[in-house]
Design a protein around this ligand. Structure first.
Ligand SMILES: *Cc1c(COP(=O)(O)O)cnc(C)c1O
Length: 219
């Protein structure tokens, strides 16, 4: 792999405690960049758009990578996502989770799911509100063909570092309250705060690969 990518990956890994893992967000990156990073030992890759991910997955089918879906999940894409992604970080409503479980059952799959939560008002993002999650929890946890392993959250744009850290801590506390191990939080701009708050999956794109060569709208 190219030296700078390897160096960045090694430096990031060195900063992570055993409790946190790096999800390499490869949206906007060509298959060759993913292959190069996989040579270092990186196995978990995140993609946010199905149409972009599927051809890359095909090109990389000889590697045993674990693909995570991190983008907004449209209900008409659930079947394709369930077929291609064993981990889904962006389940943002009870209705979507019910549909996902039904379709996963039909496909003989059982994806690991992180429920996306919205702990601050944010018109640009989806997510279950805390009250919605707590109300739906007994149903969510017993859906037969998916396993809820954690929560995922994102900070609203323009949040200060201390506000982000408070938000991430609330997410961690909510996950602990529900006895969920995983917290998917932290991107290139805020992963230090997320890590300090107890993130277990840091979703890192540009800080790892460098700027995305092709424009990719934020999920
Ligand atoms: C693009 C994206 C990331 C990674 O973003 P960077 O700022 O490049 O690290 C993380 N999570 C989600 C949901 C994304 O869409």
């Amino acid at each position: 792999m190219s030296a700078p990518l390897f160096d960045r990956w090694t430096a990031l890994q060195a900063e992570l405690p055993a409790t946190a893992r790096l999800l390499a967000v490869s949206k906007g990156q060509p298959a060759e960049a993913i292959r190069a990073l996989a040579e270092s030992g990186q196995r978990d890759f995140g993609e946010s758009r199905l149409q972009e991910a599927l051809p890359k997955q095909e090109l990389l089918a000889d590697l045993s990578l674990r693909w995570h879906f991190i983008g907004r999940l449209q209900s008409n894409k659930v079947r394709s996502v369930v077929r291609a992604f064993p981990v889904i970080h962006s389940v943002d409503s009870l209705a979507l989770a019910q549909r996902l479980s039904r379709i996963a059952g039909e496909e003989a799959q059982r994806p690991e799911v992180l429920l996306q939560v919205k702990l601050r008002p944010d018109a640009n993002k989806g997510g279950l509100l805390r009250e919605e999650l707590l109300l739906a929890w007994s149903e969510l946890r017993s859906l037969p063909s998916m396993t809820v392993v954690g929560l995922m959250t994102m900070a609203p744009m323009g949040c200060e570092a201390d506000e982000r850290q408070a938000l991430f801590r609330e997410c961690r506390e909510l996950a602990d309250h529900l006895e969920l191990g995983e917290c998917s939080m932290g991107m290139s701009g805020d992963w230090h705060e997320a890590l300090a708050a107890g993130s277990t999956w840091l979703r890192l794109g540009s800080v790892l690969f460098g700027p995305r060569p092709s424009a990719s709208p934020a999920a």
